[in-house]
Design a protein around this ligand. Sequence first.
Ligand code: GLC
Length: 716
Amino acid sequence: MKPPLRLLLPLLAAALAAPLAAADAPPLYRDPSQPVEARVEDLLRRLTLEEKVSLLHADSKFSTAGIPRLGIPERWMSDGPHGVREEIGPYTWAKAGRTDDFSTYLPVATALAATWNPDLARAYGTTIGQEARKRGKDIMLGPGLNIQRTPLCGRNFEYMGEDPWLTSRMAVASVLGAQAQDIASCVKHFAANNQEWERRKVDVRMDERTLREIYLPAFRAVVQEGHAWAVMSAYNKFRGEYCSQNGHLLNDILKKEWGFPGIVVSDWAATHDTLGSAFGGLDVEMGSDLPWQDFYFAGPLLAAVRRGEVPEALIDDKARRSLRVMIATHVLDARPPGSINTPAHQGTARKVAEEAIVLLKNEGRALPLDPGRLRSIAVIGENAVRLQAHGGESSELKAFYEVSPLEGILRRVGARLNVTYAAGYGKSADPGALARAVEAARAADVAIVVGGLNHDSGFDCEGADRTSLALPYGQDELIRQVSAANPRTIVVLVNGSPVTMDGWLGRVPALVEAWYPGMEGGNALAAVLFGDVNPSGKLPCTFPRRLEDSPAHALHAYVEEGVEEYKEGLLVGYRWYDTKGIEPLFPFGFGLSYTRFDYSDLAVAPGPGGTAVASFTLTNSGARAGAEVAELYVHEERPRLERPEKELKGFRKVYLQPGESRRVAIALAARAFAYYDPARPGWVAQADDFRILVGSSSRDIRLQGAFRRTETAAVP
Ligand code: GLC
């Protein structure tokens, strides 16, 4: 029996509508409910060869082309490590002169590292990610992960110091924060870009252990734990091959061994050969010289494929990576709109700056200053007023505002104290500046000299290295004379890399390292100077007494061109000073507090698979709240291969009220005991006795414990 027509009509309508519905359904690659890889493959198969290649090279200074017919937008990149850079002209390095490209100026990366606070690093990355979204950026060119090998490197301020573990922990947290905002972090510069001098030519050589144990761990961590979607290959050569076409780095290690699924982006104009880069592991060529179609990865690559010199399958892999980054960061889907210069962003800038400040000296409780017991303060030095955001080359940015040290001090106490200013030194200081500064100091209750470096070329700036550790512009003499005129002289350093302190350190009662503290820096500095905040920063890099004490220079292994052999090997930073018994000016991990912390009762408990947990009690024995970074180092008693005296393998920042004690536990993975054995090749942890060293700095070990590994085992 036929079903009544009234039942058939809906079925008929549905059948007729089905093809239309199918025609209206979004293609699979546009469906966010589908797995990323399925979307990638669906999209890849729709691309022509020309379209695939168009994804692999710049289409303007900071973008790659879109594919409008498939709804693929242009992808926009931006510097830099401590904030979204102002808009640059599309085809020159001239600034675009826009009025809508301000951003939050965060403290520089070295300052972030000095906080030793991964939670802050995550907030830091979140800020950058949200502001990148607001500014329409898809890929942020940072953080920088290069290890501080020489204190002279012009870009040390863009990096996180001399230790791989500290850099790894801070970088992973920052990348997780940024990428949670649906942008891709492009970590840089891979690898061994540890100086600016001749950075496009220098050919870095080092043994495999040094590469694996010092210069790669941070990159490996952000790839495997931070899931960074992009890696920027460095300008320099490594073992004779440019990093932009270095198969050992890009294919063997990054993509095959570590399983990196994203894109390798060249540094700007750092690509040198079409076939070399195509087979060497590069995925996207960036640069700044027109015409883009002449880029190695543009017309020449297309022609090479057509000549059969490059298999299309290799192009597919590169295009697939580009599409994967796009789809995984939801470029085709609804993304968070982003935000800029919010109170939260300003709060993060302030908090990082406060926690980055390192109290290096404080004799006779010179700090904190009590405004109620003062009538006048003389603030001296160009860095008290100099704004630092707009400098340093690619990491520069246009800050919504920047509170200078002087402004921060005036805001804090200017209404009740007589605060004077004298330049004392600097490019803008005219004849007689020093004498006037000395007189200002003499007339005041307290003198605060704000010195250090700046982002002029030859100081903390990309493209060149410093030639000396000395403070420029005659600051040493200025501080000597000021401190002679007023024994209550406090020195504040604004800089991004170690400096020497010639002839005055013993004469001043207090010294503070403020780094380049970002837009809230003046407020943060005032908060520390006047005791609203108890300083908790610790040095992420050693301050040597003299340049010749530092490993790269002691061994004459810092050359200005040609082959550069990292003769110091593993012994970078404190690894060198501690192993060689050389006394630094200020050691790695050092920082004082307005209170006192005591350590007690260390216990080291073995765990499964060669792991361990170190537990100890931390007590705030002073009269005011504060935070202590407890640092954990490992020493192997009878290593089969030479190992540094100690290696940082754990840390914890603990906030304690006066009199408060807390039990702290730091877990140690098997890798905390391992070294890289080139003969295997691979990481191995030896059956041996280890010392667990817990302390307040690399040179202030408060507790020692023992841990015995009973078997030798490979560590993944
Ligand atoms: C520069 C820098 C790199 C930066 C890029 C784009 O040369 O080395 O860190 O991201 O070019 O400005």
